[in-house]
Each structure stands twice: as structure tokens, then as C-alpha cells.
Design a protein around this ligand. Structure first.
Ligand SMILES: [Zn+2]
Length: 312
């Protein structure tokens, strides 16, 4: 009995020491993608630690679940997801298996980053997952518009402030600073792409809807017949015919897709195939949110210049 009571006393002391320390400790944030991790890092600074589950060079729709992801989620105070069913194929099972009540959907430590952003490609008819379309709730690649990036940053600042009210002023200031830096960078990007406004392009997956909308590209078709459905010979033939009719000279491909079909399309239509990362971490130069746009716009403008795209 003596030993047990001593252990009890020791545990009480340990708990008493640990409690105030943990109230001040950094928040453990897990995000599904590197884009969200990059934005969370801008807002949280040294008040949080951030880890992403998916890597920027992976297809975020299809991430192989690993036991190490469950361990990350077990320790998380906050989980930030892209939402709009982007992660529906792999995240729910991981969150459930983590048994971490803090980060279950609807709990205080779960943030769906899509809540306040502008969503494109909302289906008008009835779309079910049985049709294989992986965008049944509109386009989940919304982070590729810097205006949406500002909204995501604001949502994260609000959520971090809710979890750490004492740090609210700092989070607010960092969100405002990030938005100001984005606005400055946007001026540069818009000037860079302005001569190519209205350029017609084809993309592999429907990843660049928000990007094209913001930067004035006209996406006239996709290598995939539907989002998530691999190319078919019939669709590829139709696409090549349409590309020739509209004189499309650029095919944008996300880094995780097979280049066989895009290259065949490029040969047949004399279009340039460009591998363009849609996420932070997709290439090493795209190491944060602003650098992702820097990289993609440089790549795009370089390719358009080489392809001799008509300028206005
Ligand atoms: Zn998608």
C-alpha cells in the first residue's frame, strides 16, 4: 500500500508540473497536404508544429494509408483537411483509427479548409462516386488561387485563435502579413502572365481550374475523360481533334501522372507537354505557398514563350 500511495503522490506531482507546461506548449498540427501545411506555418509560426500527411508530388486523391500516419494523428491537436471529398478515399479511416477524439470531423480540432473559399466546377447534374468522378462536390483544387489562399489563411488563424486564445493577436498579425505579401506577389504574377491572357491549354486532371480562372488561361479539355478516370483511346482522339481545331499548343500535366498519353497527344498536335506541380513540395523549388506560384508561373510563361504563343 505504501508503494502504491507513493506512486500516486509522484504521479500527482508530475501531473501538477506537466499541466501548466502543456497549456503553454506548441500546438501539434497535422494537415492532409503540403499546401495547407505551408499556409499553417505562415500563420502559426513558432506557436505550432506542422506535419503534412501527403507529399506534394503525390496525387492527393489517392494516398496510400500508412501506420505512421495514424501515429501522427494520435498526437495531433488540430487536423486541417482540404475537404470537398479530396481525401475521402483515405483520410476517414485514418482519423477513425487514430481514436483521437480531438480531431474527429465536427470536433474543435478539425478544420475543413474549404468552408469559406470559392469553389468552381460544382456539378449541375447528379454525380455519384459510382460514376468514378472524384469531384462530386465541386473542384477541390481550390488552393491554386492566391485569393483562396488568403481565405484559407484566415480560417486557420481563426481556428488557431480558438484553440490558443492568448495567441490571437499574433495569429491575426501573421495572417494579415501573409495576405499583404500575397497581394504584392499577385501583382507580379498578373503582370507576368498578362501578355498570354486567354491562351488555350489542356490539362491532364482538373487540377488547374482555379489557377486558370485567376491567371486568365482557357482550359478547353482534359486528358482524363472525367476527373479520376484514366484516358481512353476514343477520348484522346476527340481531344486531339479539338486541340487542332482550336490550335492548342500546351498540355499541363501533374507530376504524378503517366506521360505516355500526354506525350502522344503532344506529338500528334505539335503541342508542348509541361509537367507543372499543383502543390507545395511538388518540386523542391516550390518550398512554400508563394514559391509554388513563382515556380508555376515562371514555368508556364517560359513554355508559352518557347511555344511562340500569340500575345496580345
Ligand atoms: Zn482532383
Amino acid at each position: 500500500m505504501k508503494v502504491i500511495s507513493t506512486i500516486g503522490a509522484v504521479l500527482t506531482v508530475v501531473a501538477a508540473i506537466a499541466a501548466p507546461a502543456s497549456a503553454q506548449s506548441t500546438l501539434n498540427v497535422v494537415t492532409t497536404t503540403e499546401d495547407l501545411a505551408a499556409i499553417a506555418r505562415e500563420i502559426g509560426g513558432d506557436r505550432i508544429t506542422v506535419e503534412s500527411i501527403a507529399r506534394g508530388y503525390q496525387d492527393p486523391h489517392f494516398v496510400e494509408a500508412k501506420p505512421s500516419f495514424i501515429l501522427k494523428l494520435q498526437k495531433a491537436d488540430l487536423l486541417i483537411a482540404v475537404g470537398r471529398e479530396l481525401e475521402v478515399g483515405w483520410l476517414p479511416a485514418l482519423v477513425q483509427q487514430s481514436r483521437n477524439s480531438k480531431i474527429q470531423p465536427g470536433a474543435e480540432g478539425y478544420l475543413d479548409a474549404s468552408a469559406r473559399v470559392r469553389i468552381l466546377d460544382i456539378p449541375t447534374g447528379q454525380i455519384t462516386r459510382a460514376m468514378g468522378d472524384v469531384h462530386p462536390q465541386g473542384n477541390p483544387h481550390y488552393w491554386l488561387d492566391p485569393e483562396n489562399g488568403k481565405v484559407i489563411a484566415r480560417s486557420i488563424a481563426d481556428k488557431l485563435s480558438q484553440l490558443r486564445p492568448n495567441d490571437r493577436a499574433g495569429f491575426d498579425q501573421r495572417a494579415n502579413d501573409f495576405a499583404a505579401r500575397l497581394t504584392e506577389a499577385q501583382k507580379r504574377w498578373m503582370a507576368q502572365i498578362a501578355p498570354y491572357k486567354g491562351t488555350k491549354v489542356v490539362t491532364y486532371h482538373r487540377s488547374f481550374s482555379n489557377f486558370a480562372d485567376r491567371f486568365g488561361l482557357d482550359v478547353i479539355g482534359y486528358v482524363e475523360p472525367r476527373p479520376g478516370i484514366p484516358p481512353t483511346p476514343k477520348h484522346t482522339l476527340d481531344l486531339m481533334t479539338e486541340m487542332k481545331r482550336q490550335n492548342v499548343k500546351l498540355v499541363l500535366v501533374e507530376p504524378y501522372f503517366d506521360l505516355k498519353t500526354p506525350n502522344a497527344i503532344g506529338r500528334d498536335t505539335a503541342a508542348t507537354v509541361v509537367v507543372m506541380p499543383p502543390s507545395v513540395g511538388g518540386v523542391k523549388e516550390a518550398s512554400d505557398y508563394i514559391k509554388l506560384f513563382d515556380y508555376d508561373l515562371n514555368l508556364l510563361v517560359g513554355a508559352l514563350r518557347k511555344a511562340g504563343a500569340p500575345t496580345r
